[in-house]
Design a binder for this molecule. Structure first.
Ligand SMILES: [Zn+2]
Length: 240
């Protein structure tokens, strides 16, 4: 699956590489009505608790060419299966922009097989619109608007599984800022926050268990024989 890279044209420098803008979001008092609506929609979207849909666990399932674990997989918590396209993209983008942080949003499905709950993440929307520094990244309202457009038009049925971002040289634990921002916005049982450190070449995600944030775990990376079919299956699995 292609990873969608959203960028503002005016941010493209002569090299074709996006130039970091000084965009810090619109002050609340100056919000337009559409921005307020959009903020409310985002709030509604991520504050919804979703039920997991019955779906076969990728491990041992036909259709998957290869599944490898990156890092130590924590037991007794939500498992994460990341497509190798998303995985490769996050690693490449993190390295290209280091020491700046990069980030985006993962789209996928929340599933259950017997008692095992897991998410499959076949695609992502990358953010090139925010202001990134070596220690933080912000997702501006216009990014969420574009995520909404892409999500509704191309991936109906999938869920926003959570944000990903890079930590160039400071590990896969969420920072204090992460706690105050993205972790608070994505705190339902189907939500994860994925962090990649390009220096250590380490990936880890945190998830929630009864309102408590679990320590970072490694994830599974899969290659599927028919990735487009998989996405269609995952979208059709949640018709609401
Ligand atoms: Zn962070």
């Amino acid at each position: 699956m292609p990873i969608l890279m959203l960028r503002r044209r005016q941010e493209l420098g002569g090299s074709g590489r996006p130039v970091r803008s000084a965009f810090h979001g619109t002050p609340r008092g100056c919000e337009s009505r559409s921005e307020q609506l959009e903020r409310n929609e985002l709030h509604m979207e991520v504050s919804l608790s979703r039920h997991p849909i019955p779906y076969q666990l990728p491990l041992g399932s036909d259709g998957y060419e290869r599944i490898v674990a990156d890092g130590t997989i924590a037991s007794k918590q939500l498992l994460v299966f990341l497509s190798h396209d998303v995985y490769d993209f996050i690693r490449a983008q993190s390295r290209e922009y280091a020491p700046q942080e990069i980030g985006g949003v993962l789209l996928g499905q929340y599933c259950i097989d017997n008692d095992t709950k897991f998410v499959i993440v076949p695609t992502a929307v990358a953010c090139d619109l925010g202001s990134a520094t070596p220690v933080s990244i912000q997702f501006p309202p216009e990014f969420w608007q574009q995520v909404e457009e892409v999500h509704t038009s191309e991936f109906p049925g999938l869920l926003r599984i959570g944000p990903y971002h890079s930590h160039p040289g400071y590990g896969v634990n969420p920072s204090g800022t992460d706690h105050a921002t993205i972790l608070g916005a994505f705190s339902k049982p189907h939500h994860i926050s994925l962090i990649y450190d390009p220096h250590a070449d380490q990936i880890g995600y945190t998830c929630w268990d009864d309102g408590a944030l679990k320590p970072p775990s490694g994830c599974f990376v899969y290659e599927h024989r028919e990735p487009e079919d998989l996405v269609k299956q995952l979208m059709d699995a949640r018709p609401d």
